[in-house]
Design a protein around this ligand. Structure first.
Ligand SMILES: C[S@@+](CC[C@H](N)C(=O)[O-])C[C@H]1O[C@@H](n2cnc3c(N)ncnc32)[C@H](O)[C@@H]1O
Length: 224
C-alpha cells in the first residue's frame, strides 16, 4: 500500500463525523449485511470480553455491548475513536472502552474471549494480515469473527467492488492463515463475490464443545 498508517488514520479522521451517515445508509447494503452478520456471529455470552479491531466509530462494538460483559474497541484514527466515545456517552453505554491500537499491536493485555473485525483488515497487505492474525491468535480468544472484503471467486474481478485503499485477500488465503494460527473455520458467509464473513473457533474449544458444525452459505443456500 502506498499510504502510511498515519495518512490512513488521518483520512478516516477527516470523514469520522460523516462515517455513520454514509455507511448506515441504504446505499451500502453490502456493508450493512456484513456488519449484521459479524454482530450475529459474535454472539457473546454475558461474561465475555470482546475486542473489536479497526472499530472505527464503534458500530460493531456498541451493538455488542448489551450482550457482553465488556467491549474494547481499538483503532488507529483519533477522529473515529472520538466519534465512538461520544456515541457511547450519548447512549449511556458504560461497559465499553475505545482507544488507540493497531492490528499488530492492539494495546490490550486483558483477557479476551471473542475478537471481531469488520471492514478493516483489508487495509493491510496480505503478509501483514498474516502477522495480524498471528497476534490476534496469541491474545487467546475462543472465537474470531472477520467480516471484510474477500474474494470468493477470481481475485482479479472484471467489476471490482472497491477502489484504491482496499487490499482484499482471497478466502483461501484467510482460511489458510486462520488454520495455521490454530483456528477451525465454522462458518463462511458469502455476502457478495468480493465480501464475506468468516467465523473461526479455537480448535480445542470447538472440539471440546462438540457442537460446532461447518456451515457454508453460498448464494443464500446453507450447506453443511
Ligand atoms: C471502513 S472502517 C470500518 C470501521 C468499523 N469496523 C465498521 O464496521 O464500521 C476501517 C477502520 O479501520 C481502521 N484501521 C485501518 N487500518 C488499521 C490498522 N492497521 N489497525 C487498526 N485499525 C485500522 C481505520 O482507521 C477505520 O476506522
Amino acid at each position: 500500500m502506498d499510504e502510511s498508517l498515519e495518512e490512513l488514520a488521518d483520512r478516516f479522521s477527516q470523514i469520522a463525523d460523516r462515517y455513520d451517515e454514509k455507511h448506515g445508509s441504504e446505499e451500502k447494503p453490502v456493508y450493512n449485511a456484513c456488519a449484521s452478520l459479524v454482530i450475529e456471529h459474535a454472539a457473546p455470552h454475558p461474561d465475555d470480553v470482546v475486542l473489536d479491531l479497526g472499530t472505527g466509530t464503534g458500530v460493531i462494538a456498541l451493538a455488542l455491548a448489551g450482550d457482553a460483559d465488556y467491549v474494547v474497541g481499538r483503532d488507529i484514527s483519533d477522529g473515529m475513536i472520538e466519534q465512538a466515545r461520544s456515541k457511547a456517552a450519548d447512549s449511556g453505554i458504560e461497559n465499553v472502552e475505545f482507544g488507540y491500537g493497531e492490528f499488530r499491536d492492539p494495546r490490550y493485555d486483558g483477557n479476551v474471549d471473542i475478537i471481531v473485525s469488520n471492514f478493516a483488515l483489508h487495509h493491510l497487505p496480505d503478509e501483514e494480515k498474516r502477522e495480524a492474525i498471528e497476534v490476534i491468535a496469541d491474545l487467546g480468544p475462543r472465537r474470531l469473527v472477520l467480516g471484510d472484503a474477500m474474494f470468493f471467486g477470481s481475485s482479479n474481478p472484471e467489476e471490482p467492488l472497491f477502489d484504491h485503499g482496499v487490499d482484499a485477500a482471497t478466502v483461501g488465503m484467510l482460511v489458510d492463515v486462520l488454520t495455521d494460527a490454530g483456528f477451525v473455520i465454522t462458518t463462511a458467509e458469502r455476502v457478495h463475490d468480493q465480501v464475506g464473513v468468516l467465523v473461526a473457533e479455537k480448535i480445542g474449544n470447538a472440539v471440546e464443545q462438540d457442537t460446532v458444525s461447518a456451515e457454508v452459505t453460498i448464494d443464500g443456500d446453507t450447506q453443511k
